[in-house]
Write a protein that binds this ligand. Structure first.
Ligand code: SF4
Ligand code: SF4
Length: 273
């Protein structure tokens, strides 16, 4: 499915699919004995969130940039406001996922969010992604026989079973950036700002070097204990990245610049006048 097909499918779902809540129920089970086992792990577009990349590259023992170079594609269409990596499939006849094996998913505990929530979809149009406006839908694809199984779930129970809580926490933090009014009102970021976005979300090793090996900590108020935590805690560094991006890209008051830095800036501006 190419990207325009995917957009068409999303538009169709937003228009036609029954809108489910967390309490809505559906039948589904997926297990190694099912006739379609592994059939869904090839020739698919799997969009990776920053938290997906964090979990997968840690699982594989790779640095963030090595993971991105080895396992992702980065198509960037003119209509996109921000880059979104896709998981790169193998170049075999089935275009298999690099992580599928005879026993199933070899990165199961760290599988990306789309694999985790399938067959539930979350409506992601800009018009319905504000808190409280999301809805869910079922992707009932003919090749997936899981829908014929007896097991019944509510959408909320399915999410709990698939351990998506932390994925959703990071999804909400991401929306504060990607659905910021500046972007949804059609004002694109400059190339340099897009690079900062990608560094602070997907290239966490590079972001850590930026925080600790530049003048970053001389410029911003960051408590010493918290800075120590950022040295080794990937999840906290990603949270911090989103906080800093809201300041750096949109001028929100999410970071505090040190008074002496502000004073020096004021003096520099005054000297220029
Ligand atoms: S990451 Fe795992 S579940 Fe997702 S497509 Fe690959 S093998 Fe399948
Ligand atoms: S096609 Fe559906 S039931 Fe079959 S392995 Fe994939 S998710 Fe499970």
């Amino acid at each position: 499915m190419d990207r325009s097909d995917a957009q068409g499918l999303e538009d169709q779902i937003l228009k036609d699919a029954p809108r489910l809540s967390l309490a809505s129920r559906f039948r589904f089970a997926c297990h190694p004995g099912i006739s379609c086992f592994n059939a869904c792990c090839g020739d698919v577009n799997i969009v990776l969130t920053p938290y997906d990349v964090l979990r997968l590259r840690r699982r594989l023992g790779l640095g963030s940039q090595d993971f991105l170079a080895t396992h992702t594609l980065l198509p960037f269409a003119k209509t996109q406001t921000l880059p979104i990596p896709l998981l790169k499939m193998r170049e075999d006849a089935k275009k298999s996922c690099p992580f599928v094996g005879p026993e199933g998913c070899t990165v199961y505990e760290d599988r990306p969010w789309p694999c985790r929530v399938y067959p539930v979809g979350v409506a992601s149009s800009h018009t319905v992604s504000r808190p409280g406006e999301e809805f869910y839908f079922i992707l009932d694809e003919p090749q997936c026989h899981g829908h014929k199984e007896e097991r019944e779930w509510s959408v909320g129970d399915w999410f709990r079973d698939q351990c998506v809580e932390q994925y959703h926490e990071f999804g909400d933090l991401m929306k504060e950036v990607t659905l910021h009014p500046r972007l949804t009102s059609g004002k694109p970021l400059e190339p340099k700002q897009i690079e900062l976005y990608f560094m602070a979300t997907y290239e966490l090793d590079r972001f850590r070097r930026f925080v600790f090996e530049s003048r970053f900590l001389d410029c911003y108020e960051v408590a010493r204990d918290y800075a120590d935590k950022l040295r080794s805690d990937d999840e906290e560094l990603l949270r911090f990245g989103f906080t800093w991006l809201r300041f750096a890209l949109f001028g929100e008051h999410t970071m505090q610049v040190k008074p002496e830095v502000l004073e020096a800036k004021r003096a520099e501006l005054a000297a220029r006048q």
